[in-house]
Design a protein around this ligand. Structure first.
Ligand SMILES: [Fe+2]
Ligand SMILES: [Fe+2]
Length: 349
């Protein structure tokens, strides 16, 4: 597969070329460098500082010129929400974070391209819905991190797109697509949204409730935009301080959304209370039984299940069976009949 590499300095260019050659046929160019002949390539690999406007303008030009290239992998060194969302705003199909890693990059480049021959007929709808969802989440997280207004409507319509995709191709297809192509908090939010929608569909809730579910799921972890990625994506156990910081996210999300008149009280309630348990042992308010709304109970089950089956770089994903086993073992914390009803979603759908 011919790959075109773009970087904003010669050292970065060399480091990426070294990684890819000789496995891939590589052409390359320096961002804002001399003009080059770009061959017939099937993937673009970009490693550049996405904070400078000059780089962004130059990248836009190259991406436009190579608009037929369907795979655009961005290698981002800095672990900040802003860089990740900037990459997606530029049209990244995948963002790989942290130090260069040959295995991950090879795996990504070897994946069939969405809409390409190998993927024809399957998963395309879900790939588009996931890309739309990721872009909406990225823009929302950036807005929260930088204190800019949140585009509520985009997040909601991305949720609706995801709901359509689930109704059309089912949950299994969604889980496969999202776990293969997305990472970290965005992967999590996309999974929760799909699972919550499918749970709602299996319960036969109204269309209005499906809308509430996907909106609540898209917004539920937006408070994590205030937490450094090093902590959110930390492999292994968190220390007490890190855990306490993570546990601030429901209130942080509530605070950024509470004065927005496009966000209904039910959605706000779900954002604030999706980590509460029926026995009062959850956070942030230690609510118990009667004070946790139905939609929040559905969201909480979907959220825990999604977290368990996520695909993380440092551990293999748990099987759906094992994850459901854990939910069933959470005695007193989750609504028993609801967990029983979730069985079909968890294992079969
Ligand atoms: Fe959460
Ligand atoms: Fe969550």
């Amino acid at each position: 597969m011919p790959v075109h590499v773009v970087a904003d300095d010669p050292a970065k260019l060399v480091s990426v070329r070294k990684l890819l050659e000789p496995r891939f046929a590589v052409t390359s160019e320096l961002l804002r460098g001399a003009s080059v002949q770009r061959g017939d390539v099937t993937a673009l690999v970009i490693r550049a500082d996405l904070r400078t406007l000059e780089n962004i303008h130059a990248l836009k030009k190259i991406i436009r010129a190579l608009s037929k290239v369907r795979k655009r992998v961005f290698l981002v060194d800095a672990t900040a929400h802003l860089h990740v969302s900037q990459a997606y705003a530029l049209g990244a199909t995948r963002v790989l974070l942290g130090p260069l890693d040959r295995t991950t990059l090879f795996a990504e480049l070897s994946e069939p391209v969405a809409g390409g021959e190998a993927a024809a007929g399957q998963g395309q709808g879900s790939q588009v819905a996931a890309a739309v969802g990721e872009a909406a989440l990225a823009s929302m997280f950036t807005a929260v991190a930088t204190g800019l207004p949140i585009d509520i409507q985009s997040a909601r319509s991305a949720g609706s797109h995801i709901a359509d995709s689930i109704a059309e191709t089912g949950l299994a297809d969604w889980l496969t697509t999202v776990r293969r192509h997305h990472e970290g908090t965005y992967q999590h939010c996309l999974l929760v949204t799909g699972i919550a929608v499918d749970f709602g569909l299996s319960l036969g809730v109204t269309k209005a409730d499906i809308e509430r579910l996907y909106s609540a799921a898209m917004f539920h972890d937006v408070g994590k935009a205030k937490i450094p990625l090093e902590i959110l994506d930390k492999p292994g156990k968190l220390d007490d301080h890190e855990r306490a910081l993570i546990e601030t996210h429901p209130v942080a999300g509530y605070e950024v959304l509470k004065n927005n008149n496009q966000v209904s009280p039910e959605i706000l309630d779900a954002v604030r209370h999706h980590h509460e348990y029926l026995d009062g042992s959850g956070y942030p308010d230690g609510l118990s039984n009667g004070r946790i709304a139905d939609i929040v109970r559905i969201l909480t089950i979907s959220d825990i299940f999604a977290a368990l089956i996520e695909n993380r770089r440092y551990r293999s994903p748990m099987s759906r069976e094992d994850a459901y086993g854990i939910l069933k073992g959470m005695h007193g914390k989750l609504e028993k009949p609801l967990v029983a009803a979730f069985r079909d979603v968890a294992l079969n759908r």
